[in-house]
Design a protein around this ligand. Structure first.
Ligand code: PEP
Ligand code: MN
Length: 339
């Protein structure tokens, strides 16, 4: 619900009105401004107890819009400062361009250490690696599960790298307390119960776009997390399903610029899952930088030919080093600092 305040309303009137919402009704709200008009955005959905006549009797109130569609914490309108996500002493968003690299799946201690070493040597600060894997076929490798997560967290302790890994089910959430960024995969983008629960913590959430989701649906999923109280959401464009079969998915590059235009949330691009082939990772990443992305997430493997998942799209360690060199000038031209 959105309450539009009168243009000339003074602070004393507004404060008295906000006290009513806060103290009398126990409501949460956000005070914001659009086109020189102050707006009060009521959060939540149980507004039955509100006496509309009482609201409208306040001198400072112009009108009330009861449509849910107008209440979006993800919109730029409601937060003109771009959101930056703090992960330890690192900041995702604004002037930084973050690179997240690592294997599709954590497969062994040797593999993840080998890859983490490469990340360190090229200055990358974020290591991805799936421990719990959502696979299309039940016969495919499902990830090492808890063991994979332990390996990833050991690497974090030893290297200082920040780790990004996917939560496939809420029952594992307790295991994720030392994970730096929780990934919500494309298949779980509309797992609303999961989103609500993640809204209750303050962990950064990397929210991937659903395979066939519109930008609106994607943002509404982010809204679930924000409205629960967790503002630390990073969107991830990972390609959508179209009629094109040349690539695994179709990278919706316009989504990057659109998100930058309408939302304050940072957005990273995953060219690996978008393309499904490694030779497209570099050009798509450059396109992502040009479109305004805040980062890329790239799959890297020490031996792609033997990878247990997504080997076709993984860069090997040398290719990843070359990839980092090749995007640096683009990041520079975009006026950003590589993270
Ligand atoms: C992944 O990042 O490994 C993954 C499974 O991605 P998505 O959810 O985008 O398919
Ligand atoms: Mn993968």
């Amino acid at each position: 619900m959105l309450i539009v305040l009168k243009q000339g309303a003074n602070n004393a009137q507004i404060n008295a009105f906000l006290d009513l919402l806060r103290i009398e009704y126990g409501l949460k709200f956000k005070l914001t401004e659009k086109n020189n008009r102050k707006l009060v955005m009521l959060l939540g959905k149980d507004f039955k107890k509100i006496d509309m006549n009482l609201l409208l009797s306040f001198d400072c109130v112009d009108y009330v819009n009861e449509s849910d569609e107008d209440v979006r914490l993800v919109d730029k309108t409601f937060n003109d400062q771009n959101t930056v996500i703090k992960v330890g002493d690192k900041v995702i968003g604004e002037a930084n361009f973050c690179v997240i690299g690592g294997p599709c799946s954590v497969e062994s201690e040797e593999q993840i250490y080998h890859i983490a070493d490469k990340m360190k040597s090229v200055g990358v600060k974020f290591l991805r690696g799936g421990a719990f894997k959502p696979r299309t076929s039940p016969y495919s490798f499902q990830g090492l599960g808890k063991k994979g997560l332990e390996l990833l967290l050991n690497v974090k302790r030893l290297t200082g790298l920040c780790v990004v890994t996917e939560l496939v089910d809420l029952k594992y959430l307790d295991l994720f307390s030392d994970v730096d960024i929780i990934q919500v995969g494309a298949r779980n983008m509309q797992n609303f119960e999961m989103l609500k629960e993640l809204g209750k913590c303050q962990k950064p959430i990397l929210l991937k776009r659903g395979i066939s989701s519109t930008i609106h649906e994607w943002l509404m999923s982010a809204e679930y997390i924000l409205s629960g109280g967790n503002a630390n959401v990073i969107l991830c464009e990972r390609g959508i399903r179209t009629y094109e079969t040349f690539t695994r998915n179709t990278l919706d590059i316009s989504a990057v610029s659109i998100i930058k235009e309408i939302s304050h949330l940072p957005i990273v691009v995953d060219p690996s899952h978008a393309a499904g082939v490694k030779w497209l990772v570099e050009p798509l990443s450059k396109a992502a930088i040009a479109a305004g992305a805040d980062g890329v997430m790239v799959e890297v493997h020490d031996c792609p030919a033997e990878a247990l998942s997504d080997g076709n799209q993984a860069l090997d360690l040398d290719e990843f080093g070359d990839f980092i060199d090749s995007i640096k000038p683009f990041v520079h031209v975009a006026n950003k600092k590589m993270l």
